[in-house]
Design a protein around this ligand. Structure first.
Ligand SMILES: [Zn+2]
Length: 111
């Protein structure tokens, strides 16, 4: 059973189709925001990029990937920055979507 579940683990792709078009997925060591704060992931709509920091467990990296992908969906749906949602609400929605997708793909936390 556990092996079957592991086989279903989706790899993080090099590129992904998002509601805003294709985005390339990059693994970025030492990923930081403009203020120098370390990040586990980053959605860059202008560049069509999802950046993922490498120093996280495989399960958490997939969750980060789904979280950043959710940012693209919210942005395309008019629920990104400068929308009726606060930044905290946007992050909570992306977390909820990412967690649901990880559980759908991998089951409850067994990593
Ligand atoms: Zn986020």
């Amino acid at each position: 059973m556990a092996n079957k579940r592991r086989q279903k683990r989706p790899p993080i792709p090099d590129k992904v189709r998002t509601p805003l078009g294709w985005a390339k997925v990059h693994i970025v060591p030492g990923l930081k925001d403009e203020e120098g704060t370390r990040l586990v992931g980053q959605a860059d709509f202008a560049q069509g990029r999802i950046n993922i920091a490498p120093d996280q467990s495989p399960r958490y990296a997939i969750r980060t990937y789904y979280h950043e992908l959710a940012h693209f969906a919210l942005e395309a749906g008019g629920l990104g920055k400068n929308s009726l949602l606060t930044l905290k609400q946007i992050e909570a929605v992306c977390d909820a979507i990412a967690t649901a997708r990880v559980i759908e793909d991998l089951g409850m936390d067994d990593a």
